[in-house]
Design a protein around this ligand. Structure first.
Ligand code: XUL
Ligand code: CO
Length: 438
């Protein structure tokens, strides 16, 4: 990556490119574990982790919450300055990718024509900076949830005119994606859901959503988008019932509507936990279906039941996620996007660097440990052993579909002593701790 910002106005003065200095370093503005060129399990850390910076939290978020105004004042004033600041930050922190919503980067407008005009100009601005720095677009998406017109949903809105307005934003976002060489395209259905069935035709809304996604898929393919479309599950907030509740629900929906060949999932840690799952559970469900597309890497707060979008610092959770990702054979065209924001009282510019350094180090360390666990095979052989009764004899016949229910009954009747087999959870947890702290 070139020092793109050199020679122009610097928005993060006094902070240079963040370098790997190792775990012994006392320099807080350095990586302790993320060494982008270090090879782990045949690939560099950079290739495994495919980190992305999120435009919305990092360059638009101002720390405001429902009880208080913004606390973070950004020095950039317009589209170009914001893009300059973004690419300066991304270049300095060294995430190879970025992600954005249409109106994070581009000025919104009421009229479709003006919105499109702004977006075209913004796309040119972003493309120029991508070329200058080598930073690439992991995904973009359309924000069809913030504007008041979307209060009753976008593709699931009871009013067709709103659905069409959302389509204009998705079309323009796909156009931008192809120009910018985006590797994926995301849909997060923030308002695709409902509050009460008393005023909702759920079946109709779900059919509309499927039709809308089908049209987006067809248009994307027509204009040359080759990557996967991604749906990002989330169970609630802002809607009470969001239709894309979790991995399993989305996979069922995509299969029902014949979209499973073109669509995969973007799994966000804090969304999985809001759905009552763990991060690794939702990753695994997507992976099992061959539909693990990408990851929004963050954590929630264990005491708060909402989407706090904190930077990931929990090694244990990140390790379990990396174990699933390695078993999946990596993330393919996806990556680890920091859909995370600094706390509203973290108001120094350098806090954005500390936040990303922490997230990148957390996943780098987790990658190293997960790859050792995988390579040494101790845990996977314990899991395999739990299922060994299916490797031969009647167990194997059952898996091969050779047995009837009566056959199972007859086997059970002759199998008089069934030994109790421990699941060994505590032992396994102790082994994980040994890997973590050795
Ligand atoms: C909201 C969320 C979004 C999506 C993109 O919870 O995660 O930022 O990632 O719209
Ligand atoms: Co997200």
């Amino acid at each position: 990556m070139s020092d793109f910002y050199k020679g122009s106005r610097e928005f993060f003065p006094g902070i240079g490119k963040i370098k790997f200095e190792g775990r012994g370093s006392d320099n807080p503005l350095s990586f302790k574990f993320y060494d982008e060129n270090k090879v782990v399990a045949g690939k560099t850390m950079k290739e495994h982790l495919r980190f992305a910076t999120a435009y919305w939290h990092s360059f638009c978020g101002d720390g405001s919450d429902p009880f208080g105004n913004g606390t973070i004042v950004h020095p950039w004033k317009n589209t170009e300055e914001k893009a300059d600041a973004a690419f300066e930050f991304i270049t300095k922190i060294g995430t190879p990718y970025y992600c954005f919503h249409d109106i994070d980067a581009s000025k919104d407008a009421e009229s479709v024509a003006e919105y499109e005009e702004n977006y075209k100009k913004t796309t040119a601005i972003l493309l120029e900076r991508q070329k200058a720095t080598g930073v690439k677009l992991l995904w973009n998406t359309a924000n069809v949830f913030s504007h008041p017109r979307y209060m009753n949903g976008a593709s699931t809105n009871p009013d067709f005119r709103i659905l069409a307005r959302a389509a204009a934003q998705v079309k323009a976002s796909l156009d931008a994606n192809v120009i910018l060489g985006g590797e994926n395209y995301v849909f997060w259905g923030g308002r695709e859901g409902y509050t009460t069935l008393l005023n909702t035709n759920m079946k109709k809304e779900l059919e509309h959503m499927a039709q809308f996604l089908t049209l987006a898929r067809d248009y994307g393919r027509k204009i040359g988008f080759k990557g996967p479309f991604l749906i990002e599950p989330k169970p609630m907030e802002p809607s009470k019932h969001q239709y894309d509740v979790d991995s399993a629900t989305v996979i069922g929906f995509l299969k029902e509507h014949g979209l499973d060949k073109d669509f995969k999932l973007n799994i966000e840690a804090n969304h999985a936990t809001l759905a009552g799952h763990s991060f690794d559970h939702d990753l695994k469900v997507a992976s099992n279906a061959g539909m693990l597309g990408s990851v929004d890497a963050n954590i929630g707060d264990p005491q708060n039941g909402w989407d706090t979008d904190q930077f990931p610092t929990n090694i244990y959770d990140a390790l379990k996620a990396m174990m699933v990702i390695l078993d999946n054979g990596g993330l393919g065209s996806g990556g680890l996007n920091f859909d995370a924001k600094v706390r509203r009282n973290s108001t120094d510019q350098e806090d954005l660097f500390h936040a990303h350094i922490g997230g990148m180090d957390t996943f780098a360390l987790s990658l190293e440990i997960a790859s050792k666990i995988k390579e040494e095979g101790k845990l996977s052989s314990m899991v395999e052993k739990r299922y060994e009764s299916y490797n031969s004899g009647k167990g194997k016949d059952f898996e091969l579909g050779k047995l009837t229910l009566e056959n199972l009954r007859d086997f059970a009747a002759s199998d008089t002593v069934i030994p109790q087999v421990s699941g060994k959870q505590e032992l396994i947890e102790n082994i994980i701790n040994q890997y973590l702290f050795r």
